[in-house]
Design a protein around this ligand. Structure first.
Ligand SMILES: Nc1ncnc2c1ncn2[C@@H]1O[C@H](COP(=O)(O)OP(=O)(O)OP(=O)(O)O)[C@@H](O)[C@H]1O
Ligand SMILES: [Mg+2]
Length: 234
């Protein structure tokens, strides 16, 4: 009997993924033959030293970059084979990104920042506003909707960025060092929020972190070294 027969299809599947960069005469193997399956609802950690390929891996899974070789499947779709239009639609509908430095628009309020991506997906104005307000309520910032980023704490800014990443109901949330600019308490709150969202929104989270406390809170993690998986743990 095939032991995988009863296992649900992984949400993300990487097979022999390579990403090579050529700069001048140098070749960098940012990812060098990565195989990985991530299941729905996992809180999956990626750790490893600077330059080991962590961000490269997130960009590839999110369709912001393409592998030089190998297959990347997200919900059964091979994104490495998609043309530019298909990839843009994939990015718009299937993934949300969260960055270390928040990337909020400084002149906009929290509400406007969360509404912003929905303009591009042509959600009508009223619905946009309602969904943004509902998301901000859900993450505990109902009383900060009219605040601009400079009028909020780092933890609050990161929660706004998480709300913004969720507007289009993504399947996968990709977070690159989301607690890197936060004190340990705000960082722990952000991690707790991500856990909550897995339960309530059914998303799958990939989180890059150097922080042992963050990695300890994941359901499973890998360690990258020179673009290869060194260590993985259930
Ligand atoms: N656009 C690019 N052009 C050339 N080389 C690149 C490019 N992006 C990444 N690299 C190289 O690929 C390797 C992996 O980079 P990556 O950004 O994935 O590392 P990282 O693990 O996220 O590091 P950090 O912890 O510092 O963020 C590095 O050696 C980097 O210099
Ligand atoms: Mg990085």
């Amino acid at each position: 009997m095939n032991p995988e027969a009863n296992q649900p299809q992984p949400v993300i599947r990487l097979r022999q993924v390579h990403r090579q960069f050529k700069v001048g005469f140098e070749t960098v193997n940012a990812l060098d033959g990565v195989d990985l399956d991530i299941r729905r609802g996992e809180f999956f950690g990626i750790t490893g030293p600077s330059g080991s390929g962590k961000s490269t891996m997130l960009y590839l899974v999110g369709g912001m970059d393409r592998p030089t070789a190998g297959r990347i499947e997200v919900i059964g779709q091979d994104i490495s084979q998609m043309d530019e239009n298909q990839l843009a639609a994939f990015r718009r509908t299937m993934v949300g990104f969260v960055y270390q430095s928040f990337h909020l628009i400084p002149t906009m309020t929290a509400l406007q920042n969360v509404e912003f991506p929905m303009i591009f997906s042509q959600v009508p104005r009223k619905e946009r506003r309602e969904r943004a307000a509902e998301l901000l309520e859900k993450i505990g910032l109902g009383n900060r909707m009219q605040h601009k980023p400079t009028e909020m704490s780092g933890g609050q800014r990161q929660r706004v960025a998480i709300a913004r990443a969720l507007t289009n109901h993504p399947e996968v949330l990709l977070a690159d060092e989301p607690t890197g600019n936060l004190d340990s308490r705000s960082g722990a709150e952000v991690v707790e929020l991500l856990h909550e969202l897995i339960k309530t929104q059914g998303v799958t989270v990939l989180i890059v972190s150097h922080d042992p406390a963050v990695i300890a809170s994941t359901t499973r993690h890998i360690q990258l070294q020179d673009g290869q998986i060194q260590h993985s743990e259930s």
